[in-house]
Design a protein around this ligand. Structure first.
Ligand SMILES: C[S@@+](CC[C@H](N)C(=O)[O-])C[C@H]1O[C@@H](n2cnc3c(N)ncnc32)[C@H](O)[C@@H]1O
Length: 225
């Protein structure tokens, strides 16, 4: 978690693997920020950050940070925290880096996969995951959550939001699309608490949800390492 510089840093390491980008197709990435703004995702990020309660000195990691909206909001809301984002998509990371530079926010951006995090054991206080888990292939979700637990210090917490939920059907077009891709088939929402418990987390709870007509339900979770 070292090497933070103003405007961000992108470390490139590890082998190339297939992954599902934020907009599913690389050429659609420029639409990611306008579309998510339209869908009110900023409000979801604010709620997740409120839940996380990042404090001065905290080391915060966002897995699947994409174009950096949550990551930058975290740094802006708590400048005395160390904020790191990891994502396999170099184009999205480059966008995040440009935004950090424009806003004068010092964050670290690394290329990597959630199931193979390039960080030491017990090195993070707070992990954030926002609409990332349904992008991970079904058989890599538990290894990814085990990695999150490994890098969290004992007592550190994961704060996660994703599409779906225990009492939610895939009731909107975004939700239906999100759960239909050869790389990541299978619904993620309702299974998240069990997944987190299997990965060794304690005090797993669903902390709330936010239903959007035509879009689907976003459900928030908290779990302790
Ligand atoms: C829908 S975007 C969410 C971006 C951001 N967290 C947000 O809330 O706006 C999902 C992100 O997960 C990333 N991703 C896909 N597979 C991943 C993996 N195995 N590990 C980490 N991130 C992954 C994608 O590249 C994409 O940036």
């Amino acid at each position: 978690m070292s090497g933070e510089v103003a405007g961000g840093r992108t470390a490139i390491s590890g082998e190339e693997r297939p992954f599902l980008p934020g907009m599913r197709r690389n050429w659609l990435l420029p639409l990611y920020d306008p579309l998510t703004r339209l869908l009110g995702i900023r409000r979801v990020h604010v709620r997740l950050l409120g839940q996380a309660g990042v404090r001065p000195g905290h080391r915060v990691l966002e897995i699947g940070c994409g174009t950096g909206n949550l990551l930058l909001a975290a740094k802006r809301s708590q400048p005395a925290a160390t904020v790191v984002g990891v994502d396999p998509d170099l184009t999205a990371l480059a966008r995040a880096q440009r935004k950090a530079h424009r806003r004068g926010l010092a964050v670290q951006l690394d290329r990597g996969y959630a199931d193979e995090l390039p960080y030491a054991d017990d090195s993070v206080d707070v992990v954030l995951s926002s609409f990332m888990l349904h992008h991970v292939p079904a058989d890599r979700r538990e290894p990814a959550m085990r990695e999150v637990r490994r890098v969290l210090r004992p007592g550190g917490a994961l704060h996660l939001v994703d599409i779906g939920g225990a009492d939610a059907h895939a009731d909107g077009w975004i939700a239906r699309r999100a759960h239909r891709h050869e790389l990541t088939e299978g619904e993620v929402g309702g299974g998240i608490p069990d997944l987190l418990r299997r990965a060794g987390f304690l005090d797993v709870s669903e902390t709330g949800s936010d239903a959007r007509r035509h879009v689907g339900r976003f459900t928030f979770y908290r779990a302790r390492a």
